[in-house]
Unconditional design. Structure first.
Length: 149
C-alpha cells in the first residue's frame, strides 16, 4: 500500500514540473527589463486596453516586441513572448480599446492618433541601464467612434 502511495505521489510530482507559468526561455531571448505602463484617458485609468510596443527605429528591429492589457487601474505589465518585461530599444507605444456589439460593427474607445505606430506621440526608450520601467501615458479624450473596416 505504501509503495502505491509513493508511486502516485512521484507521478503527480513529475507531472507538475511542467506546469509553471512560463515556458522555458528561448536561448536567443534578449535581456528583459520589468516594465509597467499606466494608461489613462482624460487623466482617469483606462481598463481593458491593449498596449503594444512597435519599433521606433531600424536599430530596434521587430524581433521580440512587447505588449499587455490594462487592468482596472489602467496598469499593464508588459510581456515579451509571454515573459515579463521588455527588451532594450526605442518603441512607439500604441493603445487600442474597442468593442464589436454586432457582426460587422466595430467601435473604438481610443482616438485614432494613439492606435497606430505611424501617428502615436508616445515613445518609450529602454536602455537596459534601468532596473525597471514605470511610465504613464494619456490617450486623450474619451470617445466612442464607429470604425470602418
Amino acid at each position: 500500500m505504501m509503495k502505491n502511495i509513493l508511486i502516485v505521489t512521484l507521478m503527480i510530482s513529475v507531472s507538475l514540473i511542467g506546469c509553471g507559468q512560463y515556458s522555458p526561455k528561448p536561448k536567443n531571448l534578449p535581456l528583459l527589463i520589468p516594465c509597467t505602463l499606466t494608461i489613462t484617458q482624460e487623466n482617469k485609468p483606462l481598463a481593458g486596453a491593449f498596449v503594444m510596443f512597435e519599433p521606433a527605429d531600424e536599430a530596434t528591429g521587430t524581433a521580440y516586441m512587447g505588449g499587455g492589457v490594462t487592468d482596472a487601474n489602467g496598469c499593464a505589465k508588459i510581456t515579451t513572448s509571454s515573459f515579463p518585461g521588455v527588451r532594450t530599444g526605442k518603441f512607439k507605444v500604441t493603445v487600442t480599446k474597442g468593442e464589436s456589439p454586432a457582426p460587422g460593427e466595430m467601435w473604438s474607445f481610443v482616438e485614432a492618433l494613439y492606435t497606430s505606430g505611424a501617428t502615436t506621440p508616445h515613445v518609450l526608450e529602454v536602455t537596459g541601464k534601468e532596473k525597471q520601467v514605470i511610465k504613464t501615458f494619456d490617450v486623450g479624450k474619451a470617445i466612442r467612434e464607429k470604425v470602418a473596416y
